[in-house]
Design a protein around this ligand. Sequence first.
Ligand SMILES: *[C@@H]1O[C@H](CO)[C@@H](O)[C@H](O)[C@H]1NC(C)=O
Ligand SMILES: *[C@@H]1O[C@H](CO)[C@@H](O)[C@H](O)[C@H]1NC(C)=O
Length: 463
Amino acid sequence: MACSIILWIATLPITGFAHLNSETSLDRWHAPGAHKVSLRSTRQEPMPMQGPALPYPLFSPMFAQRERQNVKVKYEDANDTIAGIGISPPLNIDFVNKFPKFTDPSTVFTYPNTPMDSNSGPPLVSPAIVPLGKLPLTDFISNRKDILYYGPLDFGTPAQQLTVDIDTGSADLWVASDCDECSTKQFRTDQSQTINHDDEDFSVAYGSGEVFGTIAEDVVSVAGLTSEQQTIGLVEMESSDFQGYPNSGILGLAFSTISSTGKPTLFENLMKENKLMAPFFSVHLTRGTEDGSELCLGCFDVTKTTGQVKWVPVSSKTYWAVNITRLYSDGIDISVPDDFVAAIDTGTTLIYVPDPIAQTIYSSIAGAKSIDRFGPGFFSYPCTSSPDIRFTFGGIEFEMNDEDFNIGRLPDSSDCIGGIVSLGSDFPSNIAIIGDEFLKSWYTVYDYSNGARVGFAPSINNM
Ligand SMILES: *[C@@H]1O[C@H](CO)[C@@H](O)[C@H](O)[C@H]1NC(C)=O
Ligand SMILES: *[C@@H]1O[C@H](CO)[C@@H](O)[C@H](O)[C@H]1NC(C)=O
């Protein structure tokens, strides 16, 4: 992990640094001395003054503003998509039935060899049969905030290692390749003996963070599991919005019904090619720690959780979409639309809700108000208050952590910015995007079997 970060720093152009320095605390990189020195010497501005040591870092608007814009475009068609309009045909997933029945305790093995209650959901299968696909992830932290989680994949033959952001809110795998403006490591397709180029164009809109390129197939491995003919977007052009992030691409882990190519995702190919123990993957996201996050492919890592999994059925096999049946904030039950749906999205940092819901949530918090100096969508509230916010998915209530809700302090103020952001009145009133801010409290399991469902188990972060 450290290796890919150092590489990135070493190859980042000076202009990239200037841009980054104004927003990013570089101190978190435990790069060896030499790198650290050269890195510091390229600094063009001092770090922002934080004032007296307060428990809350200053709110750094860049990533949040950018993300809000990106989320609006990423989910632009979500209301139709969730209703099944304009999507690709679903993958035939009858094959999930050939996996062991997890409700049957006799076939249950756990990892690492811990006995499990038969009702506690996804069990694990013996590592002796198939290797467990545990991919360590790195938490990209900026200004003491967790921004995104990424890990290494191997592309082509011989393998080239490139890092990707783990995104359950999209369904394409893409990496930078032949990209002049890209500052991260790229896929050298001319050096892969197994690449097969298509003549098709590839483009995905992640907000103003749009990417363009072509499509190819090649061998891709993740945590020792290999998809022989994986569709890959080769991105030749990305918008400047992708500058400042450490990853070379994105690994979409939603259903391929929403992929721009209509081809199976990497995880779906691994299922089809019989490379997995189980038809689900699980995600652990750390809080404020670079190491320790993990994507578990075909497995459930009991060492990352402190309790049982609670299962919520997926209401549309597009995003990992679940029904929000109730929302509670500081003693108030917030009325939600009947068709209110949440996309569980590891590729989004914050939580985004329709405007009327954001207004109601903040009106329940004493001293909270809408604030417009960072553009639309943001609210402030007294830093010392600890709002009690709970989402009910499919009838099961899940609390969020008030530390994660606080995304930074305003300068010269005792107010902080809240991590639930409004998508504005031009966004559908029935869709919420539940990002890492929530998922740091809940270890999540994305299960293609049992009709498709998302499992939530309490994360070790909250011990
Ligand atoms: C989700 O909510 C819709 C609208 O109320 C309902 O028709 C659907 O059955 C629900 N789906 C699940 C999986 O609970
Ligand atoms: C969402 O889509 C459904 C079906 O296409 C439509 O009836 C509904 O009005 C839309 N809701 C919003 C908030 O756009």
